[in-house]
Write a protein of this length. Structure first.
Length: 255
């Protein structure tokens, strides 16, 4: 068994149920001698792919393994990475799930998954909306720094829209802050009567909002059958899951 194959075989031994293993256990599972495994573990530890716990002497995956996966994900379009997340969300919410990006003063729908349900939104990939007028756009604005929001506010005012922008910059900034603190935006859609939307931001490895995940569905279903709290929880979970896949590290309590 070549050295590279042996190293990859070691990585494959770790999962959620087995986050750490001893040298003896790794040797037993791979059916290799302890001396051979020792050399492999030493090399992987030196290069930052494995970490050794001081108290137990067991090994676990280290940060450089994550970097390998992150480098791979960086080569994939976000729409491709998002598809499984959107599919799960659409099935859970029984409503259309969309991935939305910001393009100057507008949002653009770049991915869409619909469930097997009698009534779903017919918003298609390529749909564009004024950023301030939709829940997904509000969440993309919510994570922008203030100086960028000031520029975007002027851009929105300079471009005609059937939905008037907030009456003042102060209101515009206050809405962005409230949406960011809440973690999601939930509102009646201004362009599709009878529909509600709920959105949360997707963050990359440096905490920038690169997209938003939104669910759009009939008001009766979103309000009466699910309710804001339930739908917001599903959407925020999906956005968080996609953010982690893009390298975002969720802050732990107390930090």
């Amino acid at each position: 068994m070549p050295g590279l194959q042996r190293g990859l075989s070691i990585f494959a031994l770790f999962d959620n149920e087995t986050p750490s293993l001893s040298l003896s256990e790794i040797a037993r599972r791979l059916k290799l001698s302890r001396s051979t495994v020792f050399r492999l573990l030493y090399t992987l530890e030196q290069f930052g792919y494995l970490a050794k716990t001081r108290n137990t002497g067991e090994f676990s995956l280290a940060a450089n393994v994550l970097s390998l996966g992150f480098n791979f994900l960086c080569q994939l379009p976000i729409t491709q990475i998002a598809q499984p997340v959107l599919k799960t969300l659409a099935e859970q919410a029984q409503a259309a799930a969309h991935l939305v990006i910001l393009d100057r003063h507008e949002t653009g729908h770049v991915a869409r998954v619909t469930p097997v349900a009698p009534l779903v939104s017919n918003l298609q990939i390529g749909t564009r909306r004024p950023v301030h007028a939709v829940a997904s756009g509000r969440m993309l604005l919510a994570h922008k720094p203030e100086e960028e929001l000031i520029g975007l506010y002027q851009l929105i005012r300079d471009n005609s829209s059937p939905i008037a922008p907030p009456s003042s910059l102060k209101t515009f900034l206050a809405t962005a802050t409230a949406d960011r603190n809440r973690g999601y935006a939930y509102s009646r859609t201004a362009f599709e009567p009878g529909l509600m939307s709920c959105a949360s931001a997707v963050l990359n490895h440096v905490g920038e909002a690169v997209a938003a995940i939104t669910v759009v569905g009939p008001k009766e279903h979103m309000d009466a059958e699910l309710g804001e709290k339930v739908i917001a929880t599903l959407v925020c979970k999906a956005a968080s899951m996609l953010s982690v896949q893009l390298g975002y590290q969720v802050a732990k309590p107390g930090r």
